[in-house]
Design a protein around this ligand. Structure first.
Ligand code: IFM
Length: 480
């Protein structure tokens, strides 16, 4: 992915248009469990999300991914929609339990064939396929054997990576190992609001390390199987952490959360070490003896770019008794996704929010990109997810009008443009999400898509934001 410098142009009427660099990639993203459906078809076996969704009380309305948007059958229509929208790249994930159902042993050809057909169609329409190996659907058998807290899962992941690269490497040239390992480790094993739903802080830290190790092993497996020009990356939901005030205790709270949200991954992956403060903050929980000699060398692999997912900033302070009891400040509890963050309080950032209750704040994205560029000046960045949920509906005229989403996207893309103007090497942007889909613990109650899905009929209706994004993708110029 190469790009040239951005431009700002004055447009008739006095506004300004933000021209993105030539070659900037305009994409849309999805994930397997959220859209595919066909959960028990062609040899696919349950993942941890199938099990979790079937556990009463875990997912709103008892929703599951059994059918989802039925993309497994409607993939050709979905690629057609992307083509009509002028989307240049499609980021999808491969369902591990579809191609290697038990997480070990030989692959299932029918599963691989699905992704071969999908990627052929994408290439045929001139859309670049961007494959993520792991977007949270661990084969249940591997969880039964201990899951990510166990080292063996990282080894299995590398074997699966080799299978996927052998099968698809002739057509997919852009690969991502993990999507948001923070969620896998800390929501999956710490707070338990994601599959597999465990609430064990030590298990969460062990999972983080074995996800890091799995990433390193998988990068090696991908490089061994793919042609030299292939691009390999990881996607992190880097939290943009702000402290409520400049008071040293609040600043220290932000440091703590930045450590266990971000640096626990970027440290080993990009610097080759766990940050000393993260080890110290969690020393009352574990001595980290599960990190073996040589692991850090394995984890730190050269990457072609870093995938960044951003939705909203995180606002924290030191937890005082007052902060713990204010209406918006809540304190880390036992069932926490923040091991080591026991003395931190979380606050609702000011301003408008999306249907997720997440604050809309594009300045967080710009600040985040600048900070990443300062820390990793040689590493190109790609926004692999950004978007918003709103309560969309099809109106009597058959339209889905979502001006709030257009405003959200416009604001965040202006922030990306600004970061590029300030020298940050951002190569592309993937809208989350192409389609309305299964939003994990929220089931189908939250709609992130640029394309509305009627779950009863499967009917797709591009929202006004999809048409807006199509104009942007075609012109490369944002009307700011
Ligand atoms: O839907 C999720 C996606 O699977 C991972 N990143 C955040 C999105 C919105 O919550």
């Amino acid at each position: 992915m190469t790009t040239t410098a951005p431009r700002t142009e004055t447009v008739p009427g006095g506004g300004s248009a933000l021209a993105f660099p030539a070659g900037f990639l305009w994409g849309a993203a999805t994930a397997a469990y959220q859209i595919e459906g066909a959960a028990a078809l062609d040899g696919r076996t349950p993942s941890i999300w199938d099990t979790f969704a079937r556990t009463p009380g875990k997912v709103r309305n008892g929703d599951t991914g059994d059918v989802a948007t039925d993309h497994y059958h409607r993939w050709r229509e979905d690629v057609g929609i992307m083509s009509d929208l002028g989307i240049g790249a499609y980021r999808f994930s491969i369902a591990w339990p579809r191609v290697q159902p038990t997480g070990r042993g030989p692959a299932v050809q029918k599963g691989l064939d699905f992704y071969r057909r999908l990627t052929d169609e994408l290439l045929d329409k001139g859309i670049r396929p961007v494959a993520t190996l792991y977007h949270w659907d661990l084969p249940q058998e591997l969880e039964d054997a201990g899951g990510w807290p166990e080292r063996a899962t990282a080894e299995r992941f590398a074997e699966y990576a080799a299978i996927a690269a052998d099968a698809l490497g002739d057509r997919v040239r852009t690969w991502t190992t993990l999507n948001e390992p923070w969620c896998s480790a800390f929501l999956g094993y710490g707070s338990g609001v994601h599959a597999p739903g465990r609430t064990d802080q030590v298990a969460a830290l062990r999972a983080a390390h074995h996800l890091n190790l799995g990433h390193g092993l998988a990068v090696k497996a991908l490089r061994a199987a793919l042609p030299a020009e292939a691009q390999v990356s990881v996607t992190l939901n880097i939290h943009h952490v702000r402290s409520l005030t400049d008071a040293p205790a609040d600043v220290d709270a932000a440091r703590t959360i930045d450590g266990v949200a971000n640096r626990v991954f970027t440290g080993p992956m990009l610097h080759g070490a766990y940050p000393a403060d993260v080890l110290a903050d969690t020393a009352h929980l574990t001595d980290w003896s599960f990190v073996r000699d040589g692991d850090l060398r394995t984890i730190r692999q050269p990457l072609d770019f870093l995938g960044v997912n951003y939705y909203t900033p995180t606002l924290v302070s030191a937890a005082t008794d007052d902060a713990a009891h204010t209406s918006d400040g809540h304190r880390v509890s036992d069932h926490s996704p923040w091991p080591g963050g026991e003395s931190v309080a979380f606050h609702r950032p000011p301003g408008e929010t999306t249907a997720m209750g997440w604050a809309v704040d594009p300045t967080g994205l710009r600040d985040l990109l600048l900070a990443l560029d300062r820390e990793f000046p040689e590493l190109p960045l790609v926004i692999t997810e950004n978007g918003a949920a709103f309560d969309d509906y099809v109106d009597p005229a058959g339209e889905v009008r979502d001006p709030e989403r257009v405003a959200y996207l416009r604001g965040h893309l202006a922030a990306v443009h600004r970061a590029i103007n300030e020298g940050v090497d951002v190569r592309g942007y993937f809208l989350w999400s192409l389609l309305d889909n299964f939003e994990w613990g929220y089931g189908y109650s939250k709609r992130f898509g640029a394309v509305h899905v009627d779950y009863a009929t499967g009917t797709r209706t591009p929202k006004s934001s999809a048409r807006w994004y199509a104009r942007l993708a075609r012109s490369g110029v944002l009307d700011a």
